[in-house]
Design a protein around this ligand. Structure first.
Ligand code: FAD
Length: 471
């Protein structure tokens, strides 16, 4: 029996929820979405949230699935690599790939608005705003909402409920508090939080620094990054400890101290940030954490997706991409023709959980890479070699970053296992002097190095497998 006559309720019309509504709408389901906040197409609600995001191949695959990638492209600014800024303000450019692959900076609001517009084009999809989910009765497939327009409460029921209500998910809380099944949950905060600042455009709307890069001021204990916006501005994010080190969020309490901090560590950025002090005290500092939980579903009644199921720290630029990939993966199971939701959810979760666990761990690794390792000689040498290998043997080598970011047909877990083993192999060979003088290598020497890396990587993977580390 076809199950598209069923009524589906989605909680949260953020990036994942609006894409899910669009896809299920395209498939013919009757979909109702309830979103806590006002309609972002009518009210500016961007303050305090990441204003732009790195959007890459896994996200693009999802946009192609729903047929809107051509509308997304004008919203994107390609970022070809990292622009590293040292303490003196010198810059060096490190490409993301030797194959001219790039990631994109995209506005969260612009992307979300487009997805909402597209979802609403389907008459079987209805989106309600200002309706906050308070709890979900997952046994009876009903959800309790507070209506901010009328200041009343109401209950909504459906055949199936999807919660895409982000890192603080109300349905996940109901799973946890309900104690009706074996629900595992962990939430781990970083010591560091983030604050958004900006570099404004020039008077004629131009960019004050190089446009097509993700700028990084990595300082080991903390880091500043900047991503370009279409209006010529950059959204700048400071990642800093709340209470450790000489400078931290808790002790940066005066304009003078903030300016002292920036002039000591981010001199060249400070010159581009005329509104720094104002923004620093106006904009919130928010925590960063990883949420893992399981199971995501309760029978065939409910399913957590996106950040509600797996919130991760932002350092791989993959949280949104992974949430979009959730929808692609769910769709793959629907495409197989299953109609029983419990079967669909079980297959989906069995395929997906290992990959979202992997990207959560990779994102933590990248925190250390971005704020410190990118400045280290062995890391730079490794990147130089990897760029040469990708350029010379484009079908034979992909760095860990490329496997994760540009290989959307490869699951995150496979990308992590292979990428980590490759990194280990190359760093060992550099430390032992087996690889040196990368810039002077002939193609034959590069080929030999590639073969050695492949053998060493396979040996590491085999050792890990024997040690039971490969899941
Ligand atoms: P959200 O986008 O959080 O959407 C959840 C929606 O549910 C919201 O609209 C919310 O208002 C609504 N909601 C919440 N509670 C309720 C409720 N009780 N009832 C009804 N509605 C509710 N990812 C990338 O891929 N690239 C990046 O560069 C990147 N940078 C980031 C930078 C920062 C600083 C942060 C914090 C995150 C970043 N991410 C990035 C991660 C990305 O923002 C998330 O992974 C993505 O937003 C997840 O989408 P979602 O729809 O699951 O959750």
């Amino acid at each position: 029996m076809n199950n598209t006559q069923q009524h589906i309720l989605i909680i949260g019309a953020g990036l994942c929820g609006s894409l899910l509504a669009l896809r299920l709408g395209q498939r013919g389901y009757k979909v109702t979405v309830y979103e806590m906040r006002p309609d972002l197409r009518k009210v500016d609600i961007s303050a305090g949230r990441s204003i732009n995001l790195a959007f890459s191949d896994r996200g693009i695959k999802a946009m192609n699935m729903v047929g809107i990638q051509d509308q997304i492209e004008p919203l994107c600014i390609p970022m070809n690599g990292r622009m590293l800024h040292d303490l003196e303000g010198n810059t060096s450019f490190s490409p993301y790939s030797g194959r001219h692959e790039y990631i994109n900076s995209i506005s969260r609001g612009g992307l979300n608005a487009l997805l909402l517009d597209e979802a609403e084009k389907h008459e079987n999809v209805t989106i309600h705003f200002n309706k906050k989910c308070k709890s979900v009765d997952f046994e009876n497939t009903t959800a309790l909402f507070k209506d901010y327009d009328t200041n009343t409460e109401f209950e909504a029921n459906a055949d199936v409920i999807f919660a895409t209500d982000g890192a603080g998910s109300a349905m996940r809380k109901s799973y946890y508090l309900g104690k009706k099944f074996l629900f595992s949950f962990s939430q781990n905060y970083l010591t560091h939080g983030y604050k958004e600042l900006s570099i404004p455009p020039t008077e004629d709307g131009g960019f004050r620094t190089y446009k097509n890069a993700l700028h990084i001021w990595g300082r080991d204990a903390f880091m500043l990054i900047a991503l370009p916006n279409l209006d010529g501005s950059f959204t700048v994010t400071l990642f800093l400890s709340f209470d450790e080190g000489e400078y931290n969020f808790n002790n940066l309490t005066t304009k003078e101290r903030v300016e002292e901090f920036f002039s000591t560590y981010f001199k060249d950025a400070l010159e581009l940030m005329p509104n720094l002090a104002e923004e620093f005290f106006e904009n919130p500092s928010a925590p960063l954490g990883t949420v893992k939980c399981s199971p995501w579903h309760y029978k065939g009644n409910t399913l957590l997706m996106g950040d509600a199921a797996h919130a991760i720290v932002p350092f791989y630029g993959q949280g949104m991409n992974a949430s979009f990939e959730d929808v692609t993966e769910l769709d793959k199971v629907l495409e197989e023709g299953h109609t029983d939701w419990e079967t669909i959810f079980k297959i989906y979760e069995a395929n997906r959980k290992k990959d979202t666990d992997a990207i959560a761990d990779l994102a933590i690794d990248n925190f250390f890479e971005m704020k410190g390792h990118v400045n280290k000689a062995n890391f730079r040498e490794k990147r130089q070699l990897e760029m040469a290998l990708e350029k010379t043997f484009p079908t034979e080598y992909s760095s860990k970053y490329s496997l994760v970011t540009f290989n959307e047909e490869l699951g995150y877990q496979e990308a992590m296992l292979r990428g980590r083993a490759q990194d280990k192999a190359i760093l060992n060979m550099l430390a032992d002097g087996i690889i040196s003088n990368v810039e002077d290598m002939t193609e034959a020497e590069l080929k030999e190095t590639l073969e050695n890396i492949k053998t060493a990587t396979d040996n590491i993977l085999e050792d890990d497998r024997i040690a039971g580390m490969k899941q």
